[in-house]
Design a protein around this ligand. Structure first.
Ligand code: HEM
Length: 418
């Protein structure tokens, strides 16, 4: 056990820090610094959820995510039924199709991840960068000649969706329809808007089922056909697992990447000296810059919750079997014990051991893809529009959702002719 496990804290009354508010999205660093002062593991009270333990330091977050025996996904391993936190963290789409690896403990997780890894990595080893940059260019061609656009709607959402549809091998003629569905399912998470999901869901499930069937009959280029074929030690994906897997890939990689791209533009525009530094030599500086933009903005601020598998003392707190705990990735990424001057954007930061993509057995499967997407999106966008600027920098419409840092829309002026 890490040394920190021993130090004792007595805080058990949940803190009512509002990690959904616009203020917390505008300046998360002071919110997380406040939380860290209360200890490395603190109880939070979240609206609609109730009490959840949260890790606030780099060390505690990494330790929690790496201890997959003590912190589990499946309720049956913690004296509960169901899966930890499903009612609030995930898009409804995934809730319905919950037979996926993110919601499984070992050995089921390993089995599913191995099967998809095999198909995923085979495609990644081929050079995808040129294809991905081509997709970015095509989307940018569509906005050519327009001066002011919503960067989220016109680019940051469309681009990762096009990439994942292409990767899965979904036909181009269905992309428009698909984009509309995906929009409904990722934005409509709260209140009455959630009704839209109920109506959208069956159509999407049927569509994906049809595509899987089609790929069985006539294998084509793309990940769906490879997943249909994927076999590990004589093991194959069941029908439900395949469907859940395709949905997980679609939704885990779509909204997250959208926010990484839009958040990066916000950070660059708010830090002009760093923007100038990057674009003075983008070919050599972009890779490291995207790591830092990810750390600085941390679009996925919290992991999915886990259950505590048994009563224990963890970083000084007494946790009980069956309680929920999340890793606050954004707090870890702004911990001064792990990063020098964490509230400053330093695009050449090295080392940069951020937790943007989590860690432990559930670390992001799409990490390499997301990196290439963000690097390509920024290079192509600023390559064409170096003088781009935020049209309403003082009025960013932050999404008020726990666990996510992103904007609904991002009006920008492209300033093509200047
Ligand atoms: C898991 C972040 C893009 C597929 C995760 C986790 C994080 C994360 C933090 C761990 C969640 C947890 O432990 O509770 C991100 C970010 C992305 C991104 C910030 C973009 C900027 C993608 C893409 C894909 C993807 C493009 C695939 C196309 C997955 C999958 C898992 C996962 C399948 C579950 C892995 C497992 O349970 O073993 N991601 N992700 N992600 N991500 Fe991503």
């Amino acid at each position: 056990m890490a040394a920190g496990y021993q130090k004792s804290y007595s805080l058990r009354a949940p803190l009512r820090i509002d990690l959904q508010s616009r203020a917390s999205k505008q300046d998360p660093y002071s919110f997380f610094a406040g939380l860290r002062e209360a200890g490395p593991v603190v109880p939070l009270k979240l609206p609609f959820v109730g009490k959840v333990w949260a890790t606030t330091t780099y060390e505690a977050t990494a330790a929690m995510l790496k201890d997959n025996a003590l912190f589990v996904q499946e309720g049956r391993h913690a004296g509960k039924s169901g899966v930890a936190g499903l009612s609030w963290w995930m898009p409804h789409a995934i809730k319905v199709l919950s037979n996926n690896m993110l919601l499984k403990d070992e050995p089921d997780h390993r089995r599913l991840r191995k099967l998809v890894d095999q198909a995923f990595q085979r495609r990644l080893v081929r050079d995808m960068r040129a294809e991905i940059e081509g997709l970015a260019d095509r989307i940018l061609d569509d906005i050519d000649g327009v001066d002011e656009i919503d960067l989220v709607g016109s680019y940051a959402r469309r681009f990762p969706l096009e990439v994942i549809c292409w990767l899965l091998g979904l036909p181009e003629e269905n992309r428009g329809k698909f984009e509309e569905w995906a929009g409904h399912m990722t934005s409509a998470l709260r209140g009455f808007a959630a009704i839209r999901v109920v109506f959208t869901m069956p159509g999407v499930v049927n569509y994906v089922r049809e595509q899987i069937e089609e790929c069985r009959r006539n294998p084509r280029e793309g990940l769906i056909s490879e997943l249909v074929r994927a076999e590990q030690d004589g093991d194959k994906l069941s029908e439900d697992e395949l469907l859940s897997m395709v949905f997980l890939l679609l939704f885990a990689g779509f909204e997250t990447t959208t926010h990484l791209i839009a958040d990066s533009v916000i950070a660059l525009e708010q830090n002009p000296a760093q923007k100038a530094f990057l674009f003075a030599d983008p070919a050599t500086r972009m890779e490291r810059a995207v790591e830092e933009l990810g750390r600085f903005m941390t679009p996925v601020q919290s992991t999915k919750p886990r259950y505590v598998a048994r009563d224990c003392e963890f970083f000084g707190q007494k946790l009980q079997r069956g309680e929920n705990i999340v890793g606050l990735l954004a707090a870890a990424n702004s911990d001064p014990a792990a990063f020098d001057g964490p509230d400053t954007l330093k695009l050449d930061r090295l080392p940069n051991p951020h937790l943007v993509f989590g860690t432990g057995i559930h670390f992001c499967l799409g990490m390499q893809l997301a990196r290439v997407e963000a690097q390509s999106a920024l290079s192509r966008l600023y390559g064409r529009y170096p003088d781009l600027e935020l049209a309403a920098p003082d009025d960013l419409p932050w999404i008020e959702r726990f666990g996510l840092r992103g904007v609904f829309a991002l009006p920008v002026r492209l300033n093509a002719g200047s």
